[in-house]
Design a protein around this ligand. Structure first.
Ligand code: HEC
Length: 187
């Protein structure tokens, strides 16, 4: 290969390189790509950001007092709710057996975790040691528990999502009250 031949090959190569470079520049000039300021697809991360660290249940707002609804609550309506929502885990009759959850005869106004021989969670045992009414199932404590068990008692074993309807809760609590040797006075 003489030097002329070599120059031709090298020249062709350089020309090819130059052409691609020029085309690249020209292309960019024609199209003028812009960097997006935002992602074309917005990814909503607010739910992730809002979740508290450690996966703890978000603290529930305190429910409205149930007392005003109790006076006119329906025991029969409460029985229906109990059979639908609670009976898979609880019995309500006197001397009824413990199932996944403890028997609930006489639960209103009793101490939390009151059934001998039922294995309560540590959370329930700790809650029972709270001073005054906090260690008892007052009407309002039961109400708060039933709205959202895990928010009221972080670590409870009661795997129940909660009863949103205040009327259902009032009826249910009226029924719980009736399932006792001596129903506690209404608040
Ligand atoms: C999936 C099973 C399950 C369902 C459904 C359920 N519970 Fe429970 N419940 C439990 C368990 C388990 C406990 C004990 C919780 C602990 O030790 O932390 C409990 C505890 C309780 C207590 C406290 C009892 C005590 O001795 O201190 C009450 C009151 C109660 N449940 C009411 C209800 C009512 C009312 C319903 C229906 C709306 C209901 N539960 C639905 C499993 C359940």
């Amino acid at each position: 290969m003489d030097s002329f031949e070599f120059n031709k090959i090298a020249g062709a190569f350089l020309l090819a390189l130059l052409t691609t470079t020029v085309i690249g520049y020209a292309g960019n000039m024609l199209v003028q790509p812009k960097k997006l300021e935002k992602n074309a697809f917005a990814v909503d991360v607010s739910a992730v950001a809002a979740a508290p660290a450690g996966g703890a249940a978000p603290a529930a707002a305190k429910p409205d007092p149930i007392a005003p609804l109790l006076a006119s609550a329906s025991v029969d309506g409460g029985k229906t709710v109990a059979q639908r929502q609670c009976a898979s885990c609880h019995s309500f009759d006197k001397g009824g057996r413990n199932a996944v959850g403890p028997n609930l005869w006489g639960v209103i106004a009793s101490s939390k975790g009151r059934v001998d021989g039922f294995r309560y969670s540590q959370a329930m045992q700790n809650s029972a040691k709270q001073a005054g009414d906090d260690g008892k199932w007052t009407y309002e404590n039961v109400n708060a528990f039933l709205v959202n068990p895990k928010a009221y008692m972080n670590g409870t074993l009661m795997a129940f999502a909660g009863l949103r309807s205040a009327q259902d809760r009032a009826n249910l609590i009226a029924y719980l009250r009736s399932q006792a040797d001596t129903p506690v006075a209404l608040p």
